[in-house]
Every structure is written in C-alpha cells, then in structure tokens.
Design a binder for this molecule. Structure first.
Ligand code: FES
Length: 154
C-alpha cells in the first residue's frame, strides 16, 4: 500500500493505537489482504510493537496475510451447508477457475476460500461473493454467478 493511502487511513483513525483493529480492516478493504510491509509501517507510525500488530492480523480469520484476488468467493462448508451440497459448489468453482480453496488465480482475478459456518445456516448452502450472500444456492444459480465473473474477466 502506498504511503499516501496508509496515511489517509491512519489519519481517519486519529493515529490511535486503540483503533488498530479498525485500521487493519480498512487496509484489508483497500488491498484485499494485509501486506507485511504495510503492517511494519503501521507499527512504526503508531509506535506499537510489530508483534502486537502481527498477532492481531493473524488472530482474526477474516484477515489475510497473503495477496488475494480482485474477487473473493467464499463457500461455507459448515455442517448445515455441507449436508445441503456445499462440496459440489466448491468443486464447481474449482473446475471453472482451475484453483483450489485457499488459492488465487494467476491473474489475481479470483480467490476461492471456504469457511466453517458464518452463522446463516438457514440460508445454506451459502456462497459469498465479494461480501454478497447468495443463499440456498444451487448449481445452476452458481453457474450464472460464475458466468458473470468469467464475462468480466474477458
Ligand atoms: S453452516 Fe453454513 S452458515 Fe452455518
């Protein structure tokens, strides 16, 4: 992340170490992950130990320390979603974009992730694309969602 952008985020939070979690969330919202170099700069500028910043970044599952794609496709693999066909949905994304859960396409277009229950079991099976919930999703509906993505990718 460039210094100007980071500066803007830190200023937004009054450079307050107590706002560290919110700062990390804003960085991830911009970059889709938390670059290590940026975490170092955050620690320096807020005058907190890098270990503290790093442990917060690794503690929350919502943060990623690895670069992620422009789009994030998350398939819930919790029990309720699993029994309603989530594994097939994962396979569908894997096949179409030639990647496995935890991976990003080479062109950084899409990251596929799985989670264990996001607390919306009544909506299962559930696919979350860029924060948008697609509940009770069947293979044919997922196909439409994925086709739209493919179209954007060109
Ligand atoms: S198991 Fe998928 S939301 Fe709970």
């Amino acid at each position: 992340m460039d210094d100007a952008k980071l500066n803007e985020i830190l200023t937004r939070h009054d450079r307050d170490p107590a706002a560290l979690l919110a700062i990390l969330m804003d960085i991830q919202a911009e970059e889709n992950y938390l670059p290590r170099e940026t975490l170092k700069k955050v620690a320096e500028q807020l005058e907190v130990a890098f270990a503290k910043v790093y442990s917060l970044a690794t503690f929350f599952g919502a943060f990623s320390l690895e670069p992620r794609g422009k789009h994030i496709c998350t398939v819930c693999m919790g029990t309720a979603c699993h029994v309603r066909g989530a594994p097939k949905l994962v396979e569908q994304v894997e096949r179409q974009f030639d990647l496995e859960p935890g991976q990003t396409t080479e062109d950084m277009f899409l990251t596929l992730e799985t989670v264990n229950c996001v607390g919306a079991c009544a909506l299962g099976p559930l696919v979350i694309l860029d924060g948008e919930y697609h509940g009770n999703i069947k293979s044919n509906k997922l196909e439409k969602v994925l086709k739209k993505l493919e179209k954007e990718r060109g």
